[in-house]
Design a protein around this ligand. Structure first.
Ligand code: LLP
Length: 863
């Protein structure tokens, strides 16, 4: 029956599968390739496999072509041979006559080629990377019973004629070629050919340039009118940022052609940009797949982006950008300046990338790939000619950061808060693309990575949960591949004790005291810091307060109740060990705190003016607003014009008179820029600013740099770089005789706490699989309030594969009562214990009795 349903060879749909260098370099990967070819054939499709050279071989061939001596050429040939022989032996291909024949051809060509090779011969030599890998591949697939026909790509792809054709980088048209598909279909069901190489107008071998194998595959898919183009590579797909910079970058599961093209062009390296156009023109679905995980979903690229909702899909950056500013009064109302200037770019072969203009200045960037290949003399000649038209200013080694997504102009409002991250960075240029797909900023290289991380956090991590186009994060996909961060995850080794401790309860917070102690000791070891206070607001559990006092820490309190709580619970504590840092508190609180002998921080000159009896003749700390705020969310940024905290630096003159009049002595300066800051440099900048106003306060002995130290929110994120903070502070401090204090909350307690909650119910509805747990935003409001991420696991099923995409919700009557969106979990059952990690800070202290539900009680583990 099956035979009767089979289509005739010419009617069958084509699938083109391209495998990159790492995907063709091991026997294990070739087994995957054979499996994929079999799968397509079993689905009654014709298959064309397009391969790159083995990884590293194109570089060796390039060196071989460029070599000036025969001896180096021989050594390189030997190395290339060795690599292929090893793979042949791994593939158990003891004899492979086709490979031997091709190898001899390469040796003969290398022997007859001038030292170094001219462009045309170089192209012919480089082509052997793919010629050899495809020959070896054909033998392998045939050995696996795939009946695969080796095809010469030069018979299928022909370079378009062009003046001054560069054989190393040609172009081909992507028109459909029905004869080609008929010819191939007649020869067989499975074929293999080379990426990268095509035939030139005179029959010579030409190359498609960098990343050419992706382009070959796309062109061949277009010519064959394939239904599917699969690009097999060594990563699971396209991500919302470079995962090396942002480990919680999300897999982009569905993209439109235009978005994919834009991401690739603006810096995402997975796909070579020219490979999208042929697929887009012919409506061919493109899949990016991972050869090491063939079952994983990958990225699917189709035409579907037009109606899609506007959303930033990626934060991508490109290094090595050269920025050129051209300034002249002559362009004011003058036709033709741009034409003349761009002719100079053309004459010298420089491709312009981004452009922005004003009445008298035009800024452009050069295509980074073009500029890396540029020698200094060529660049100078170009700039000299440009200087005849205008004043030229060049800035090299910049980085462009692009926010990429559909209809980006319609969501400028949403972007504005995120763009705050650029406030203290010099932005050299801002452009929005004419196709409405990107907003790009050009900045200095040194800040680029931290900016990308912050933008990703604000625009993607905090918004992606629950959106189907965003898949799991890079880290989730590689959960086992990376070591957990040094200080985290005590609970991974205590799952049985935790379940025991929970007992019959349906939810509880559990705090692990050793984790608190270790964090305190790390801070106490800092050389730059003289005193560490614990910010009680993060977690006021008496045992935690006592443990920290025993480690030698003082306390920072924000209300009189916190002050009294510390005095009541921590035996032996002295009022002088407490710093009271209120904000808009009533007068009585200041009065009583001062009466108790507690140090007080004032963050508003109004209180000094209005309540003279309270402060006259006293010592105080002043809390300054250093103008630049930082933090994991805008609601926790506590400096800057729009924050309610601190005394503005511009008000210091007026304040000086007031202080003198009332005989108030300022002995400490205080600043806290925000909470959950992961960039250690911030503390150096903060200290620098305080030191700049220090001469106004001769009696100051203490500078309190506040808290705010971040912790790794998501698994795999690096720990806060304490050592770096120490270095920058020591550097700034140098000879100043002041003492530095720190008053962190989160850093000391966040990782020590977990919230346990039993699964109550399960539900499948719409696109979601819900896991309901016994407590929600009444115990932990951070996800609802800030979109905060807390890792969530099922303590009863830690060993099971986490493969179900779940939304973990609480019982509170609000749609926002979600503890975790889009989390990969094992299949959960009612009664299982779910653990929400890193909830030791701002967990229970922010809980409520909303819906008259009692928030999770607090339990302790002391070992
Ligand atoms: N010092 C002052 C003056 C503060 O205002 C704060 C926190 C700290 C120290 C301690 O900051 P930490 O080291 O914990 O970042 N509920 C938010 C955090 C609000 C922090 C308010 N001030 C959250 O859950 O992220």
């Amino acid at each position: 029956m099956r035979e009767m349903n089979m289509q005739s060879s010419t009617e069958r749909q084509w699938v083109v599968m391209k495998f990159g260098g790492t995907s063709v370099s091991s026997a294990e990967r070739w087994a995957t390739i054979a499996g994929q070819v079999r799968h397509q054939r079993d689905n009654d499709r014709n298959v064309l496999v397009v391969v790159s050279a083995l990884s590293g071989i194109t570089d060796l061939l390039t060196r071989l072509a460029d070599a000036h001596e025969q001896a180096s050429r021989d050594a390189l040939l030997e190395e290339i041979h060795q690599r292929h022989r090893q793979l042949l032996s791994d593939l158990k291909l003891t004899t492979c006559p086709d490979f031997e024949q091709r190898w001899q051809e390469l040796c003969a060509l290398a022997a007859s080629t001038a030292l170094p090779a001219a462009a045309e011969q170089k192209a012919a030599l480089l082509a052997y990377g793919e010629l050899l890998s495809s020959t070896l591949g054909a033998a392998t697939l045939n050995q696996a019973g795939m009946d695969t026909v080796w095809q010469d790509a030069r018979e299928m792809l022909h370079a378009s004629a062009a003046p001054n054709l560069n054989p190393l980088s040609v172009r081909c048209d992507d028109n459909a070629d029905p004869q080609l598909s008929a010819r191939l279909a007649e020869q067989g069901r499975a074929h293999i050919t080379q990426g990268f190489i095509v035939r030139g107008p005179d029959g010579q071998t030409c190359l498609l340039g960098r990343g050419g194998s992706d382009t070959s595959a796309a062109l061949l898919a277009a010519r064959l009118q394939a239904s599917l183009l699969q690009i097999w590579t060594d990563v699971p797909g396209m991500f919302s940022a470079d995962p090396r910079v942002v480990p919680d970058a999300r897999l982009l599961q569905n993209l439109g052609y235009r978005e994919a093209q834009e991401l690739a062009s603006m810096g995402a390296k997975v796909l070579h940009p020219p490979s999208i156009q042929p697929a887009r023109r012919h409506g061919i679905t493109v899949f990016i797949k991972d050869t090491s995980r063939p079952q994983a979903a990958g990225t699917c690229i189709t035409a579907g982006d037009r109606e899609a909702e506007a959303q930033v899909k990626g934060v991508v950056s490109r290094k090595g950008i050269t920025l050129i500013n051209m300034e002249t009064a002559a362009m004011w109302h003058q036709a033709g300046f741009l034409g003349d200037a761009f002719m100079v770019f053309k004459r010298h072969g420089f491709s312009v990338d981004l452009v922005s203009t004003s009445e008298s200045t035009v800024s452009v960037t050069l295509d980074p790939e073009a500029s890396t290949q540029t020698d200094a003399a060529r660049m100078q000649a170009f700039l000299d000619e440009l200087a005849t038209l205008c004043r030229v200013d060049v800035r090299s080694n910049c980085v462009s950061i692009s926010l990429v997504g559909n209809a980006i102009r319609t969501i400028l409002g949403r972007l504005s808060a995120a763009l705050d991250v650029f406030q203290d960075r010099h932005v050299h240029m801002v452009t929005q693309s004419a196709n409405d797909l990107n907003l790009t900023l050009v900045v200095d290289a040194e800040h680029a990575e931290s900016l990308v991380r912050k933008l990703h956090q604000l625009l993607i991590s905090s918004q992606a949960d629950g959106r189907l186009e965003f898949g799991p994060s890079w880290h989730e996909l590689n959960r086992d591949a990376k070591a957990p961060s040094a200080s985290a995850a005590w609970w991974k080794y205590q799952s049985a004790s935790l379940v025991d401790l929970l007992g019959p309860r349906d939810c509880a917070y559990v705090y692990h005291l050793p984790t608190v102690q270790q964090a305190a000791r790390r801070l106490r070891r800092l050389q730059s810091i003289d005193r560490v206070l614990y910010s009680v607001k993060a977690n006021d559990h008496p045992d935690i307060l006592r443990a920290l006092a025993a480690e030698g820490l003082g306390f920072e309190c924000v209300s009189l109740n916190e002050v009294n709580h510390v005095l009541a619970e921590v035996e032996g504590i002295q009022p002088a060990d407490i710093l009271f840092t209120p904000n808009f508190a009533p007068q009585e609180e200041y009065q009583q705190a001062l009466g108790l002998g507690v140090r007080v921080t004032v963050d508003n000159s109004w209180v000094l003016h209005q309540w003279p009896d309270c402060f006259a003749g006293r010592e105080v700390f002043l809390r300054l607003d250093l103008e630049k705020g930082h933090g994991h969310h805008r609601k926790v940024i506590t400096s800057g014009k729009s924050s309610k905290f601190g005394i503005a630096l511009e008000d210091l003159d007026e304040l000086a008179t007031l202080l003198a009049d009332r005989n108030i002595r300022v002995t400490g300066l205080h600043a806290h820029t925000g909470s959950g800051v992961d960039d250690a440099e911030v503390w150096g900048q903060q200290l620098q600013r305080i030191l700049s106003v220090l001469p106004r306060f001769p009696e100051v002995r203490v500078i309190d740099l506040g808290g705010g130290l971040g912790i790794p929110e998501r698994p795999g994120q690096p720990d806060f770089n304490l050592q770096r903070m120490d270095e920058v502070l020591l550097q700034e401090l140098k000879q100043h005789p002041v003492k530095l204090w720190l008053e962190p909350g989160r850093y000391l307690v966040a990782e020590s706490g977990v919230l346990l909650a039993r699964v109550t119910q399960l539900k499948d509805k719409g696109q979601y699989h819900y896991v309901g747990v016994a407590t929600g935003m009444n115990s932990l409001i951070r996800p609802a309030l800030y979109g905060a991420f807390h890792e969530i696991v099922n303590l009863n099923r830690l060993q099971d594969e986490a493969k179900i995409n779940c939304r973990i919700v609480g019982p509170i009557c609000e749609s926002g009562d979600v503890l975790g969106e889009s989390r990969l979990m094992p299949r959960c059952q009612a009664g299982d214990v779910i653990l929400v990690a890193n909830t030791g800070a701002y967990g229970r202290v922010m809980a409520s009795h909303y819906n008259r539900r009692i928030p999770a009680e607090e339990l302790l583990l002391d070992a």
